[in-house]
Design a protein around this ligand. Structure first.
Ligand code: NAI
Ligand code: UGA
Length: 466
């Protein structure tokens, strides 16, 4: 089966970049990305390609190459679904905030809406692909809806989880470690669907990197991969606290253990805590699934990864309060970084939000500088917590367009994101304009200890007991 038209439902951080790269690499396939969010679609269609809604290094060039040629962003989902032979579902699957499983299970209502829409619109056989991260066995729910609501049309369901990381999405999509496709290879139609998707990726990904499994393994591999990655961060963060007590240095430990080829060097960077839309959500989901099968030890084991991460964020905030003579009331603290990692404008579950919330509860006054995050997003993130009135968030938190302005007359600077530019600031100038004693709390381990201490700063760095 040769695919000529693809539709993707969901033009977010995954749908947008993923489909842009498929369109770039497969100019013979027409790719239409649809979304309910009108502003988002308008932004993807912005004639100024630098104003697309997702900031990712290299993405604007990919969009510029394919958009209008074989890549389209549209609000007309019915039309795109009807025309496509292959439909990716790439909508959000956040943690449930209501009912059974509240705070843990994945909220699948958007997935179900997509399945019902596809069933309603489809007039010819379709391949439906789970691109969103989903609990194991979701494909059977999608299939049930499609088979019972659809009008006799045949659907093949594949699982094709996405492993890109934000900030490196384009590089990850161009050269993935692997592509994972779960499908039913026990039937002729199932095998044909699997092969159709393999064919698409094979335009730029070596075949040996395209793995096929059964659907359930594919769904569960995605949750497992994120759980393993997050577990490494929590493990190194747990030890960062012990380093601070003992005079050991977490960077040296990461280097020492990372050279063991069985451990490997990646994901061993101690931090103020992992953020992002997925690690916490996916582990909570894994915990919920394990518990729903009565596997309490399994659930408890993975839950520790989250507990450790919450502790890491909280102890950073507490360290600031303790160091500033046990009170930050009315004191200006400058935040360098608000995004959950560098090279992205995404702030979902960013450690900065929770550190800020804890300091605001102590009546601190915060000025935020982030090279990519606009003021409106900072306030939206704080308002979402409902810890205090929106007016109070605006009174206590300011967002600066200039980093030196943010740090002027501050008691302390807290580094929350590892943006490269923070390393190259004129720290002597920063020292001169800050109140004394001037404190720097480095939650990312990026500044040079000797240089800052020579200038006169008091420096605290995560995982450094020196
Ligand atoms: N953000 C990331 O780096 C990664 C995310 N994932 C997974 O991919 C999925 C999507 O994540 P993101 O792209 O980050 O989410 P997102 O929130 O950025 O985008 C989802 C989009 O789907 C749209 N949408 C929801 N329901 C819809 C419907 N019925 N019809 C049309 N559009 C609809 C929303 O308006 C939104 O624009 C999630 O399951 C996530 O776990 C997987 C790998 C990486
Ligand atoms: O499912 C997803 O959404 C994605 O989640 C992560 O990608 P992402 O969250 O975009 O970014 P990561 O590079 O994994 O970083 C996550 C968080 O961990 C932190 N981190 C990462 C690595 C490290 O050594 N230390 C550390 O604190 C980062 O600062 C960030 O806050 C995974 O890396 C992707 O493979 C996956 O597709």
């Amino acid at each position: 089966m040769s695919i000529t038209k693809i539709c993707c439902i969901g033009a977010g951080y995954v749908g947008g970049p993923t489909m842009s790269v498929i369109a770039q690499k497969c100019p013979h396939i027409q790719v239409t990305v649809v979304d309910l969010n009108e502003a988002r679609i308008a932004a993807w269609n912005n004639p100024d390609v630098n104003k697309i809604p997702v900031y990712e290094p290299g993405l604007a060039d990919v969009v510029a190459e394919a958009r209008g040629r074989n890549l389209f962003f549209s609000m007309d989902a019915d039309k795109a679904i009807d025309a496509a032979e292959m439909i990716f579902i790439s909508v959000n699957t956040p943690t449930k905030t209501y009912g059974a499983g509240k705070g843990q299970a994945a909220d699948l209502r958007y997935i179900e809406l997509c399945a019902r829409q596809i069933a309603r619109v489809a007039k010819q056989d379709k391949i439906v692909i789970e691109k969103s991260t989903l609990p194991v066995r979701t494909a059977s729910s999608i299939k049930s809806i499609l088979d019972h609501v659809g009008n006799g049309v045949q659907f093949q369901i594949l699982s094709n989880p996405e492993f890109l990381a934000e900030g490196t999405a384009v590089a990850d999509l161009h050269q993935p470690d692997r592509i994972l496709i779960g499908g039913d290879n026990t039937t002729t139609e199932g095998r044909a669907a699997l092969e159709a998707l393999v064919e698409i990726y094979a335009h730029w990904v070596p075949r040996e990197r395209i793995l096929t499994t059964n659907v359930w393994s594919s769904e569960l591999s995605k949750l497992t991969a994120n759980a393993f990655l997050a577990q490494r961060v929590s493990s190194i963060n747990a030890l960062s606290e012990l380093c601070e007590q003992t005079g050991a240095n977490i960077n040296e430990i990461s280097r020492a253990i990372g050279t063991d080829s069985r451990i490997g060097p990646k994901f061993l960077k101690a931090s103020v805590g992992f953020g992002g839309s997925c690690f916490q959500k996916d582990i909570l989901n894994l915990v919920y699934i394990a518990r729903s099968y009565g596997l309490h030890e399994v659930a408890h084991y993975w839950e520790q990864v989250i507990i450790m991460n919450d502790h890491q964020k909280s102890r950073f905030a507490k360290k600031i309060v303790r160091t500033l003579y046990n009170t930050v009331s009315g004191k200006k603290i400058a935040f360098l970084g608000w995004a959950f990692k560098k090279d992205t404008n995404d702030t979902r579950e960013s450690a900065a939000i929770y550190v800020a919330d804890e300091l605001l509860a102590e009546q601190a006054v915060i000025t935020v500088y982030d090279p990519r995050v606009p003021a409106g997003q900072v306030y939206a993130d704080l308002d979402y917590l409902k810890s205090r009135a929106a007016d109070e968030n605006r009174d206590l938190v300011k967002v600066a367009a200039d980093p030196y302005e943010a740090m002027k007359e501050a008691h302390a600077v807290a580094i929350l994101t590892e943006w490269d530019e923070f390393r190259t600031y004129n720290w002597q100038h920063v020292y001169d304009v800050m109140l004394k004693p001037a404190f720097v709390f480095d939650g990312r381990g990026i500044v040079n200890r000797e240089a800052l201490e020579q200038i006169g700063f008091h420096l605290y760095r995560i995982g450094s007991g020196e």
